[in-house]
Design a protein around this ligand. Structure first.
Ligand code: GDP
Length: 485
């Protein structure tokens, strides 16, 4: 529900906390000015230090962005094949991998890395991105120009000759700068795909010595499908800056996600269309995101039972018969309408939920079940599919209470941007049974880093102990994963 507070004063609040630059033209990106009208105000304010870092990042990006003379100079250096410390502008290029949720998580991770290392963030292969999100940095662009001299950036992998892990392994580069006899290359690829866990050398990215070396390289390319941001907190190199920027660690993605990812006007139109059809009139919106992965063994029947068990146990969903029970947000004597938003690829869960509540006239309020789309299958390079996915992520952020799915980055970005701690529907890779307990509320807002490094930077060996440091805890939904607290 749109708050009673006047639009202008809420806009002022939003801009005053300083997360967003005031330099933009409103019409070019309506969502930047409107999304806060539909969401509960964030209980978390960005620190003044983070705000100042964002403003200086924007200034750097404007100076060094594509088409600037300094960009051209750095591209000329790139062609010489070796790095120099004489450049004003150094870069990190992000290349997309995986679904939209994965992309948002890795792009935010790369952005934080850019801020911490004074690099300019550029986005490769942004054809679908350009249509999904507004440009985040005023007076410039984050899109890597098409005539960039290094080609086929998505084809880089762990065994590429420019891969940092490969260079280390074959001693073509040394982690010890003093021992560095050869000139450093102008361009290095950092392999942070989940498969990086198999190779110790790729994981050395998360060691201070490597950051010293990488810090001397003018152009970095990053490809990842995991939220590697918590790994930046294990480096003492960034410790001080990170504590100043984020006194509350669990809000890192909450702030960076809200800053970076403003839906483009055409996506915002979809969000508004869904909002007016499903959410606007409800007093209470329960967002349920149901993601079934191909490895899951559980049947649709058992999965639906799990969802209902979770909803009833946690008082998130109203019971059909016993209307004396309190739901979490509408008290029992409150009348009104409740919208249950079923966000899923499958229509099946919507049908089941709808028939489950077909008898809800027994309650003293109306329960409406909605599903904006049901695409049935994940598609990777389809713009209209991706627009719907992003619109649904945004629609979910307008919920009053959320239920999301274990392992799902789609769910992570939704709750973290919303600033709502959801109940996560747990899942098992081995069981076909209804899972018990069916769900667990997350303790912190941060998304889960599914594959944290397993190396010891001092001994340069593998280590079972979790190396990520004092700021992290095990994720609620993924045993091996960690998240910031
Ligand atoms: P994850 O696989 O759950 O971690 O999330 P990703 O977003 O990385 O990848 C899943 C992709 O499948 C999304 O980007 C969408 O393209 C699609 N998808 C998954 N769930 C939904 C959904 O509920 N609605 C829509 N529209 N698309 C979905």
């Amino acid at each position: 529900e749109v708050s009673n507070q006047s639009t202008e004063s809420r806009l002022d609040d939003w801009l005053l906390v300083g997360l967003l630059s005031t330099e933009f033209d409103e019409q070019s990106c309506v969502s930047r000015y409107q999304s806060m009208l539909y969401r509960k105000p964030s209980p978390y304010n960005p620190s003044p230090y983070l705000v100042s870092k964002l403003r200086s990042y924007e200034a750097l990006h404007k100076r060094c962005g594509p088409n600037s003379p300094l960009f051209k100079k750095s591209v000329e250096q790139l062609r010489t094949n070796h790095s120099t410390d004489q450049l004003d502008c150094n870069y990190v290029i992000w290349t997309p991998l995986g679904g939209l949720g994965n992309r948002m998580l890795t792009l935010a991770s790369t952005f934080l890395y850019a801020i911490l290392t004074n690099r300019v963030l550029l986005v490769n292969n942004a054809t679908d991105f350009a249509n999904l999100f507004c440009e985040p940095f005023p007076g410039s662009s984050w899109v890597l120009p098409l005539n960039f001299p290094v080609r086929n950036l998505d084809s880089y992998d762990a065994s590429s000759e420019k891969s940092y892990g490969y260079l280390l392994k074959y001693k073509l580069i040394s982690e010890d700068l003093r021992a560095q006899s050869i000139m450093l290359p102008s361009f290095v690829y950092v392999h942070l795909e989940s498969s990086y866990i198999w190779d110790m050398y790729d994981q050395f990215f998360f060691c201070d010595d490597s950051q010293l070396v990488l810090g001397k390289i003018n152009w970095l390319l990053v490809k990842s499908d995991v939220y590697f941001l918590p790994g930046l907190f294990m480096l003492s190199t960034f410790d001080e800056e990170l504590s100043l920027m984020f006194p509350s660690k669990e809000t890192v993605f909450h702030h960076l996600g809200r800053y970076l990812f403003q839906p483009s006007n055409s996506v915002w139109k979809l969000v508004m269309q869904y909002y007016h059809s499903y959410v606007e009139k409800a007093n209470q919106v329960v967002g349920i995101q149901i993601r079934d992965f191909p490895w899951s063994l559980i049947s649709k029947d058992n999965r639906f039972n799990q969802i209902i068990n979770c909803g009833l146990k946690e008082n998130i969903l109203p019971p059909v018969r016993d209307h004396n029970r309190k739901t979490r947000y509408l008290s029992e004597d409150q009348t009104g309408t409740e919208a249950i938003l079923v966000i899923s690829l499958y229509k099946d869960y919507y049908d089941r939920m709808k028939s489950y509540y077909a008898n809800s006239t027994r309650l003293n309020r109306t329960i409406n079940v909605y599903q904006p789309t049901h695409e049935e299958a994940q598609q990777l390079k389809n713009l209209s599919h991706n627009k719907k996915a992003l619109a649904e992520i945004y629609l979910l952020t307008f919920s009053d209470v959320m239920v999301t799915s274990a392992w799902s980055t789609f769910g992570y970005v939704s709750y973290s941007i919303a600033g709502i701690k959801p109940w996560i529907l747990l899942s098992s890779k081995v069981s076909k049974e209804v899972i018990d307990p069916p769900c667990r509320q997350v303790r912190t807002l941060d998304p889960c880093f599914h594959v944290p490094p397993t190396i010891n930077c001092k001994t340069k060996r593998r280590s079972k102990a979790n190396q990520v440091g004092p700021h992290v805890r095990q994720c609620e939904d993924v045993n091996e994963g960690v998240k910031l607290v």
